[in-house]
Design a protein around this ligand. Sequence first.
Ligand code: NAD
Length: 276
Amino acid sequence: MSDQPHIQFHDGRSIPQVGLGVWQTPNETAITAVDAALKAGYRHVDTAAIYNNEQGVGEGIRKSGVDRKDIYLTTKLWNDDQGFDSTLRAFDKSLQRLGTDYVDLYLIHWPSPKRNKYRDTWKAFVRLQEEGRARSIGVSNFGAEHLEAIIGDTGVTPVLNQVELHPDFQQKELRAAHKRFGIQTESWSPLGQGILLANETVGEVARKLGRTPAQVIIRWHIQHGLVVIPKSVTPSRIVENFQVFDFELDASDLKALDSLDDAGGRIGPNPATAGF
Ligand code: NAD
């Protein structure tokens, strides 16, 4: 699928806007889910060391027969491995498990401010990018103050910050900060972990357009310029979640979904107070 939208980064590279998320997916299931997604046209997969499925993701990629160079692969450094040397070691292990010699995007999974190691960790990320083994480098769950610190230390701005974001938790303030820094926003739990699929407003828009609630929400992310990584391990849903490039939400649909924003809509941990 060469006509799927890509988003341009400040480092000259670009990312397919829609990818497959594989959190809470064991290795065996990851093989079939990644294979199904690549056969459905996805070219972007989002995993992490802590998901314990990098091996399955790598096998799924090889099983699909799609060339590695045509696939955008993201993985993340787990909190326990933060620090300069330990980051370099953890990265090597991720590559081994994935069975590849580079990733397209490497992310610091959480700032974990209590550890106070994310600044040294970022310096190791800069090294990995210089070596060409992490083509682009970014972060996840960072607040504006963490972004400022690592940019100030190194002069290197993360290409992207992957954060919890869905219609009922829209992160408008953080997105405005990203805009100032030139950082792309990526939405994790874009479907609100499935909870939002039963939302009345989403259902109304879906019925009007003859689309499914999941497609409507994914479209909302796309039209807001967000990178979006919905998760499913069910082949029919994997296909459904990618059939989002042949319709549009109009201004009134967007307005209805925008109005769902709720400061209390967070589902996952708050990065500022998370205990890990
Ligand atoms: P999600 O919002 O993508 O929702 C996934 C759930 O929605 C599925 O398990 C399924 O129950 C349901 N679903 C998906 N498609 C459907 C469809 N078409 N019809 C009906 N139900 C459907 O949840 P998520 O997995 O939490 O987030 C997506 C990805 O984001 C993860 O897999 C992971 O890659 C990433 N993520 C990152 C972080 C982080 O800290 N960086 C945290 C959470 C998730």
